[in-house]
Structures are given as C-alpha cells and as structure tokens.
Write a protein that binds this ligand. Structure first.
Ligand SMILES: Cc1cc2nc3c(=O)[nH]c(=O)nc-3n(C[C@H](O)[C@H](O)[C@H](O)COP(=O)(O)OP(=O)(O)OC[C@H]3O[C@@H](n4cnc5c(N)ncnc54)[C@H](O)[C@@H]3O)c2cc1C
Length: 456
C-alpha cells in the first residue's frame, strides 16, 4: 500500500491542514515559547479522533516526525518540529461535566482555563496548573502540580480514563479496567505512548478559595524559607503554598516606589472553608513583615489566571526542574544566593509541595517517578529580547547546578528543557524499566519521539 499523500490527507480530515504555503502557517507553526522557531511540513488542526487517526497514519507511513500539541506550553517546544507533522488540538477544547458522578471529560486541546470554567459552574475542580493557558494534556500526562496537589494529588492521580490513538492508528481506551498497562504508562510517561484525544477526570468540591501572594523584603529570604520548610510539613492538606523569588510587577497592590524591586514571596491557597482563610494565613504574617499582599476569597478559576500576564504567548523561556526531598540548610543557602538574581519580572523559582495526597499513591501505581519527593522545584526564566538569551539561560543553569547537591538526580519531566534529555531515566527512577517495556509494546518504532523520549 502506498503512503497517503498530503492531498489525500486534506480529503480525509475534517479539520484544517496547514502547509508552508498557507496564510495561517506562521501562526500554526508557533508555540508558546518564543525561542522555538521550527518549521513543520504540515500542521493538522484536528477536530475529532478520526482526524487524529488519519494524521498518525500519515506520519507513520511517510516516516515523518510527529509532534503533538495540546496547549503548546512545553518549554522545549515539543508541540512543534522541523520538517515533520504536528497534530494541533487547539480546535478541540470542549469540557463536559457530569455533576452526579463528579467527573469531567475534556478534549485533548482544553486549557486549564477552559477546564476550570466548566467545572466551577458545578462547584467542582481538580488539580491543575497555576496558569490558565497551559494545556490539560501535556500537564496531566507528565504529572500535574498545582495549588490542590497536597489535598487531591497530581492531575494524573485524578485521571479516570483517556482515549488514546496509538502508533498503529487505532483508538484504545486506557483505564484501570481497559489496557491497564497503557493507563499506567500515560500517567507520567508524557506523550510517549500515543495521542490522547480526551481525558476523564475525578472532580472534588472546590468553589471559592482564600488565596494570595505575600511579598517580604529580600533580606528575609533565609528566614522565610526556614519558616516555610517547617510550616508546610505540618499544614493541613487544604493548604497549597509555595515560596518564590519575584521582582515586583507594576501592580496596584504593590507600592509604586517598590515596583521592580526583588522580593521573596509566598503564594498560598487555602481550599478549605474560605471563612477560615484569614486564620490559616496568620503564620505567614508572623514570620516577617509582609510588605505587599493581595489576599482574599476568590473563585478557584481566578487564581489559575492570576499570573497569566507574566507569561504571554511568544515570550522567550528556559526551564529546569529538580525533585527535592528535604529543604536543608545548605539548600536554603543556595536559594538565598541565586534566587535574588532572577533577571526579569517573569523569571522565578517556585518550590511546589508534592506531599499529602501525592504521597498516598504507591510509587509504582503510576509511571510518575519519585513519590518520595516532598517538593518539585522549577527555575524558569522568561524574557522578551533575543539579545538577553545568554544571561537568562545562564541564570537558570547556575541556579539549578547550585541546587543539584540538595536534589534528586531526576526531576519533573514538565519542567525539563531540551538539554535535559539525558535525565529521562533518572526522572522516572524505579519506574523506568517498566516504561521501556510498555513503550516496546505500544510504540516499538518510536513514532512518538518529540518529547522527553523513552527509547523502546
Ligand atoms: C506558563 C507555564 C506555566 C506552567 N505551570 C505549570 C504548573 O502550574 N504545574 C505543572 O505541573 N506544570 C506547569 N507547567 C509545565 C507544563 O506542565 C508543561 O509545559 C506541559 O507540557 C504543558 O502541556 P501543554 O499541553 O500545554 O504542552 P504541549 O507543548 O502542547 O505538549 C507538551 C507535551 O505533551 C505531549 N502532548 C500534548 N498534548 C498531547 C495529547 N493530546 N496526547 C498525547 N500527548 C500530548 C506532547 O507530546 C509534548 O511532549 C507550566 C508551563 C508554562 C509554560
């Protein structure tokens, strides 16, 4: 049988096929990270599973690279490629909530903004990321860390099932009851095993939360980090809070003469009864004087959009991540040295707690590695001007290297950049061998290789 041609693909798919000569090509080839400048041979804006099946077969038959784009937020730009095929889910974003079962089924291109808006209407939510424009797909398949992780686990711990188009172009349901090995692998294995056209999640009653960032003088950094270490260990699981280094953006809640100054911050979300929020936040006001804050009761979806302005599409980015078991005195000293050097207002270090419900899942129950880590650290730089590339990348590298002695060898795959592919095995720890075995079964030809790749 001869390979499908591009004109045959155009006839087969209901969605849009965008090639280099098409008007939309410039937009279609771009992803969120402005550093990524790749030119795929074709971008298929799929609208149903049939389009995905046809496009997967087209790429496989043509021996072409295949990139999958959910929300397009991958730091290394795995949502696009040079000379290959892109499956772009931006036209498939619907979310259907079943309030009686407290579940939601979402298309592969839904963002957390789409998802949270749909579930909030029913007073429900699940763990998602802290920016509304991030895709549910990539975030969930790699892990899924956010304000609700301590209480409800990772996003992937809330995955009930997924529809997966595998390398042979077939659709499989992956769940505890059907294709359980595939279900195990996609919960942490990223896009290595197939194209997920839809995801079904367990939801939880979360409506309004008590939330806000608190800014402290940078001289308090060591004090604040030591406090945080002790506080979060004993805090109720409804408390999602992370420390950060942050240049003050020009926002009304920060005194104008402090705009542009570097602060150490804690961003906290209390998802228990909102009326208890003020009491739960009291310790944050006792550790040191809070110089600026924006606290109050807000609908859950609002907090997941609060920092969107710092990460507009097209901003240049560079990422590194480590898993951390303990925030030792040595680690705190390294944070205090490197954190305050963050070069731009959109550059930061966040130390997300992943204890509580994340620890109640057995280490081998899903492919996600390092269930014994207490924190996932991300150091990310984001900037506008290409002439600032070197300085921003260097800051992330220096900071991450300084943290290495206090971190696990592996980190969270969703915080890795393109020069981290040598860390794939370490990222998964004990689960790596089983991932390779499952890759050999479902994708022996490594069609799905535009990712933190697990070689078959
Ligand atoms: C501004 C910003 C904020 C972030 N905040 C958080 C956060 O709070 N918590 C957190 O855990 N992470 C966060 N991340 C990291 C995020 O989890 C990863 O970037 C993730 O890969 C993004 O998913 P996506 O669908 O948007 O990305 P994409 O670039 O579309 O895809 C990323 C990877 O997932 C795969 N993939 C995408 N869609 C599918 C699909 N339908 N089927 C199969 N594979 C697919 C692709 O192969 C690719 O390798 C953030 C990233 C950014 C840029």
């Amino acid at each position: 049988m001869s390979a499908t041609t591009l004109s045959e693909l155009r006839e087969q798919v209901r969605g849009e096929v965008v090639a280099p000569d098409d008007v939309d090509y410039e937009d279609a080839r771009r992803v969120h990270n402005g550093m990524i400048d790749r030119r795929p041979a074709v971008v298929v804006r799929v609208v149903n599973a049939g389009d995905v099946m046809a496009t997967v077969s087209y790429a496989r038959q043509g021996g072409l690279d295949l990139a999958i784009r959910g929300g397009g937020h991958s730091g290394p730009g795995f949502g696009t490629c040079d000379g290959g095929v892109v499956i772009d889910f931006s036209r498939m974003r619907s979310v259907r909530v079943d309030p009686s079962a407290q579940t939601a089924r979402a298309d592969g291109g839904a963002t957390w903004g789409d998802f949270n808006a749909a579930t909030h209407a029913f007073g429900l939510a699940t763990t998602g990321g802290i920016i509304s424009t991030t895709g549910i797909a990539g975030l969930t398949l790699g892990g899924g860390i956010g304000y609700l992780s301590r209480g409800y686990g990772l996003s992937l711990d809330n995955l009930v099932s997924a529809d997966v188009v595998t390398a042979d172009g077939q659709v499989l349901v992956a769940s505890e009851d059907q294709n359980a090995d595939l279900f195990w692998a996609i919960r942490g294995g990223g896009g290595n095993f197939g194209v997920c056209t839809s995801f079904e999640y367990q939801l939880h009653p979360v409506e309004d939360v008590y939330w806000g960032p608190m800014f402290y003088e940078i001289a308090e950094a060591e004090n604040v980090l030591r406090f945080y270490r002790d506080f979060i260990k004993n805090a109720p699981e409804e408390m999602g809070a992370f420390p950060a280094f942050q240049i003050a953006p020009p926002l009304p809640f920060i005194p104008e003469d402090r705009h542009g100054d570097m602060f150490v911050a804690i961003v906290a979300c209390w998802s228990g009864p909102p009326e208890e929020g003020e009491k739960q936040f009291r310790p944050f006001h006792e550790v040191a004087e809070v110089k600026a804050e924006l606290l109050g009761r807000v609908p859950y979806p609002a907090i997941n959009a609060a920092f969107d302005g710092l990460f507009p599409k097209g901003i240049r980015q560079y990422w590194k991540g480590n898993f951390v078991k303990e925030l030792s005195d040595g680690a705190i000293a390294a944070h205090v040295e490197h954190g305050p050097k963050a070069p731009t207002v959109s550059s930061t270090m966040h130390l997300y707690p992943i204890d509580g419900a994340c620890h109640r899942v057995a280490p081998d129950a899903t492919a996600f590695g390092h269930r014994d880590a207490n924190f996932a650290m991300v150091v990310v730089s984001a900037w506008e001007n290409p002439s600032d590339d070197d300085a921003n990348i260097q800051w992330v590298r220096d900071y991450s290297a300084a943290m290495a002695p206090y971190s696990e060898a592996g980190g969270y795959i969703n915080f890795m950049d393109s020069d981290d592919t040598n860390r794939v095995q370490a990222n998964y720890g004990e689960n790596f061998a089983r991932l390779v075995e499952t890759k050999r079964k479902y994708d022996p030809g490594n069609l799905f290789n535009v990712n933190q790749n697990i070689l078959p």
